[in-house]
Design a binder for this molecule. Structure first.
Ligand code: FES
Length: 98
């Protein structure tokens, strides 16, 4: 067991995001957030807290399973959206409504 697992934290894994409107595929490295990758690619997703508290960055997920790390979405909301400032993915790819 790694030190981060022993502390109860989940180690970040890399995954890909697909932008449904353009078909673009982007790599999210283990040390990058989805919002960082989107901003680097020129996709403007508004952010405020960047900690999963405010919900400003809320984005619809079309396929794949997010690893929700926010503290603002209800379980019902989490069924079809996530907070890309802090949340990650449980599947190799997340398709986003962007
Ligand atoms: S910027 Fe606040 S939840 Fe993402």
């Amino acid at each position: 067991m790694s030190e981060s697992e022993a502390n109860g934290a989940t180690a970040n894994a890399a995954f890909q995001i697909r932008l449904a409107r353009s078909g673009r595929l982007l790599d999210v490295a283990a040390d990058k957030s989805v919002v960082q990758v989107l901003h680097q690619a020129g996709i403007n997703v508004p952010v405020a807290c960047e900690e999963g508290v405010c919900g400003t960055c809320e984005t619809r997920v079309l396929s794949g399973t997010p690893e929700h790390r926010d503290q603002c979405l209800t379980p019902k909301e989490q069924a079809d959206r996530f907070t890309p400032c802090c949340s990650r993915s449980l599947t190799p790819m997340l398709e986003l409504d962007l």
